[in-house]
Design a protein around this ligand. Structure first.
Ligand code: DC
Length: 227
């Protein structure tokens, strides 16, 4: 097993951080952990129970004690989320209905605590690339490598529009930009673990940059650090 070492990738929605994190994990032969999938999986589960975290956040925490969340790597070393032993369907948790509600669930302190414990346990796997909003600040504050990946809201909206199935029909650049700015506002103004770069994170602006160039830059920094 590779030495335990965490690479933390944080940043706002559609900043390119997921693609960067996935390709970086591949380049380094590391495990890839997408913590947004965990918040989405819980949102999907509670909404299946008829609970909408936007109107009834108080009903979410009591459900946690009936839930067993585990993560198992697939063939590509990406961690997949299982709830009570069943894999959560990746396409369903990216649907616009889940995207619109997930920030409200992610504001609930008991939910964050419950998930952070499970995210921290994944460090024992070995070399991990973990992406989210609070990885460098809360989940792995001791990580050797921390990056905060960002891009302008317009560039992020353009990227989101290119991702089929992630926006509603009729979405425009203006409407998607506004939705992204609203989610940034919710994520960065919440009381618990707001979205912000760790003091010791390297801020990486991906606006107008090919993803391969960003991945190569980060991989070089990490390889040098690990050598
Ligand atoms: O990265 P994403 O869009 O899949 O994240 C989904 C939501 O979960 C997003 O609104 C922010 C929240 N999130 C969080 O609060 N903390 C994390 N570590 C990861 C995601």
């Amino acid at each position: 097993m590779q030495k335990q070492e965490q690479i933390a990738i944080d940043g706002p929605a559609a900043s390119g951080k997921s693609t960067v994190a996935r390709l970086l994990a591949e380049a380094l032969n590391a495990y890839f952990v997408n913590t947004g999938d965990m918040y989405r999986a819980l949102t999907w589960q509670v909404m299946k129970h008829g609970i909408d975290p936007r109107n009834d956040p108080g009903a979410v925490a009591p459900l946690l004690e009936h839930l067993d969340l585990t993560c198992r790597p697939d063939a590509a070393n990406r961690l997949r989320v299982y709830l009570n032993g069943t894999e959560v369907p990746p396409a369903e948790i990216r649907a616009p209905g889940i995207t619109a509600a997930v920030s409200f669930l992610a504001r609930i302190p008991a939910v964050r605590q419950w998930l952070v414990t499970r995210q921290q346990a994944l460090a024992t796997l070995g070399l991990t690339v973990t992406e989210g909003r609070d990885i460098g600040t809360v989940v792995f504050p001791q990580a050797r490598f921390k990056f905060f990946v960002t891009a302008t809201p317009e560039e992020r909206a353009r990227r989101r529009l290119r991702q089929t199935g992630e926006t509603i029909d009729g979405a425009t650049l203006a409407s998607v930009t506004a939705a992204i700015e609203e989610r940034d506002r919710l994520d960065s103004t919440r009381e618990v673990a707001p979205l912000r770069p760790a003091d010791d994170a390297l801020v990486v602006d991906t606006t107008g940059r090919p993803v391969e160039a960003v991945v190569n830059e980060l991989a070089a920094i990490i390889r040098e650090g690990l050598a």
